[in-house]
Design a protein around this ligand. Structure first.
Ligand SMILES: C[S@@+](CC[C@H](N)C(=O)[O-])C[C@H]1O[C@@H](n2cnc3c(N)ncnc32)[C@H](O)[C@@H]1O
Length: 311
């Protein structure tokens, strides 16, 4: 097994991971915006779809949504705790029967024949975690798709501002009193992060060139010491992703940068919008339109979204 795979497996297999991921839309506004964008796109993409494959499906945010629409879904993920959480939510929603849960790594999709699923999806970066095999994995996901593919991967232009803004996540905290550990960490370490920050142009340029925000060798050594490093994640440029999709025959490609609009708005205004249901719905609609403009697609937040036809 490759380092990216075993590092990902160790990180996502932490026992509380499913629980924490299922809570992200209650804690961070950028996650609300991103998942709302994907949900809108997905719901517009279901004509003629009877079967779907969700690669890196997590706690079932989208596999369960499709099962509720009557689609037979294969929920595929490297992490057993995420699958367990998804099973629990699917049972509560009454759609457990319509979902086949499979533990596996995207690096090996050889169990699936060509064109096995009407729709293939993979959201919020599982593809990026397969570095250095990310391009091959996209090719494999397209191979098993019969009609349509929808993916979101880590975005290079979207993520680079993190390297000059280590407190960026604070902008998106929904409730400062939340007991969520990540929220509390963002608040308690804010001043320390600002004090210890130094702008390092070479680090930025390195990440801009390589698409890697972490040091791969350091991550491997940390893994060997028994630690739990964050998954190695490959960040795509928009034109690069489009080229790969075209290379494998995807047509009518539509791309977006969820979070491009929201990142321009300060926290207290975002919180105000989110806490008023009518403003919130209108805001998420506007974000969806704005973030779908090809001129801002690179400047979404963590993710770059793409969809297209494979027929
Ligand atoms: C951020 S979560 C996204 C979950 C879900 N797709 C969503 O959008 O809500 C990333 C998921 O990818 C899974 N994952 C990471 N590396 C993977 C790999 N190599 N193969 C399959 N799944 C992987 C993780 O276990 C985790 O559930």
């Amino acid at each position: 097994m490759k380092y990216s795979e075993i590092i990902s497996e160790r990180m996502w297999n932490q026992p509380d991971k499913g629980e924490l991921e299922a809570e992200r839309e209650n804690t961070f506004i950028d996650d609300i915006v991103q998942k709302a964008h994907i949900e809108k796109e997905l719901l517009q993409s279901l004509d003629g779809i009877k079967t779907a494959f969700d690669g890196g499906a997590g706690c079932g945010r989208f596999s369960i949504l499709l099962a509720k629409k009557g689609i037979k879904v294969t929920h595929f993920d490297i992490s057993q705790p995420m699958i367990n959480k998804a099973k629990e939510i699917a049972a509560m929603e009454g759609v457990g029967e319509r979902i086949t849960f499979v533990k596996g790594a995207l690096e090996d999709l050889s169990a699936y024949a060509d064109r096995s699923f009407d729709l293939v999806m993979s959201f919020d970066s599982p593809i990026s975690y397969t570095y250095p095999d990310q391009e091959k994995v996209i090719g494999e996901l397209i191979r098993i798709a019969n009609k349509r593919i929808l993916i979101s991967v880590s975005s290079r232009l979207g993520a680079l501002p993190y390297l000059a803004n280590p407190i960026q996540k604070n902008q998106f905290i929904l409730d400062k009193d939340s007991k969520d550990l990540w929220v509390q960490w963002c608040i308690s370490s804010r001043d320390r992060m600002v004090e210890s920050f130094t702008f390092t142009k070479d680090k930025l340029l390195g990440a801009y060139e390589s698409g890697l925000l972490c040091d791969v060798e350091e991550a491997k050594q940390a893994y060997d010491r028994g630690e739990i490093p964050w998954s190695i994640s490959y960040h795509f440029m928009p034109d690069e992703l489009e080229r790969i999709l075209k290379k494998y025959g995807v047509k009518e490609i539509k791309m977006a940068g969820p979070g491009a609009y929201a990142r321009t708005i300060p926290n207290d205004i975002l919180v105000k919008i989110m806490n008023d249901p009518s403003q919130r719905e209108a805001f998420l609609d506007f974000c969806h339109m704005f973030d779908s403009n090809p001129y801002v697609c690179g400047m979404g937040k963590d993710n770059l979204f793409a969809k297209g036809e494979v027929e």
